[in-house]
Design a protein around this ligand. Sequence first.
Ligand SMILES: Nc1ncnc2c1ncn2[C@@H]1O[C@H](COP(=O)(O)OP(=O)(O)OP(=O)(O)O)[C@@H](O)[C@H]1O
Ligand SMILES: [Mg+2]
Length: 360
Amino acid sequence: MMKEEINEILKKYDRKKISIGTLGSHSALNIFKGAKEENLRTVCICKKDDEIVYKKFQLADEVIFVSQFQELLDEAIQEKLRELNTILIPHGSFTAYISAEEIMSRLLVPMFANRELLRWEVDREKQRKWLEMAGLNLPKTYKDPKEIEGLTIVKFPGARGGRGYFLVTSPKSFFEKAEDMMKRGHLTKEDLESVHLQEYIIGGHVYPHYFRSIMENDVEFLGVDKRYESTVDDIGRIPASEQLQIDLRPTYTIVGNIPITLRESLLPEILRMGDRVVEASMKISYPGIIGPFCLETVITDNLKIYTFEISARIVAGTNVGIGTSPYLYLKYGERMWMGRRIAREIKKAIQTDRLEEIVY
Ligand SMILES: Nc1ncnc2c1ncn2[C@@H]1O[C@H](COP(=O)(O)OP(=O)(O)OP(=O)(O)O)[C@@H](O)[C@H]1O
Ligand SMILES: [Mg+2]
């Protein structure tokens, strides 16, 4: 249904004047700079307070102001975007501020993404199914807190950026901590009913970024980052004795990303994982992933790779590659990064009259 409507809209688009649009946050600069390098116009849906970013870097040809991102669904704003021949690039703020259901049913602007898979990525159970279908190693999960064995991370639904997550080691410590978090107002009864209990994997945190190209019929590996998180990344700087005195609990609020390169012997598996995730995505919802996706993994000391999450869209970790990244350099030998790779795919689709295959 939706796809037919999107095709109708595309028919009316002026393909010589396609613009690339996104919400002004997350990886917008990455996306806009990439579009500009490929000579496409850019549209930023922006909150007044954040305008300074797009003004200073001068990357938005058009700015549409909103007071909150949900206004993207307003008919007037969608109409404006269609007038500008906009193709939207979804990033983390889309699913964080607008529900996947609304993106599916109410956003009638062509999007460079498989919308059905955005719905899969916001649902932990669906994600798990997808990753299992792809044959990846996943951390164990526990249905009931009484089953907890060993170090376990307690998560809550939705993309909360690790807010409120906590670690426990036994059923007893789970109930104690949950009680305490509720008393302190960090947790509600409803939260507790929808907890997700997952084996905590100790190892190196590695977030590989991929690009599934329909135009080139390939899955490209673009780079890797790790996250810089408050407060968990600071805890090692505090001696254990003081940690005990202040009853320290790690939190996982992202403040930035750090680029990494992988030991080369990890690459065969990392590359195969990307291929298999795409193959599985084609079975879930044809044509499968369109463009960027990212896995969140932990690699143990015996080099076993555990995947605990997937994003079916650009992730902010690709911002570490703006300008270039080692792995993109290997393939392209020129300035290439995720935002530009997206724009190049769209450009090629325009030139070969295949836009219908990559926007939904
Ligand atoms: N099974 C696990 N083992 C070890 N660390 C984990 C595990 N699951 C999550 N983490 C760590 O906890 C933090 C937050 O987890 P997670 O990514 O699941 O949260 P989120 O709500 O999905 O956040 P985001 O949407 O920003 O990715 C991350 O730093 C991640 O590295
Ligand atoms: Mg995550």
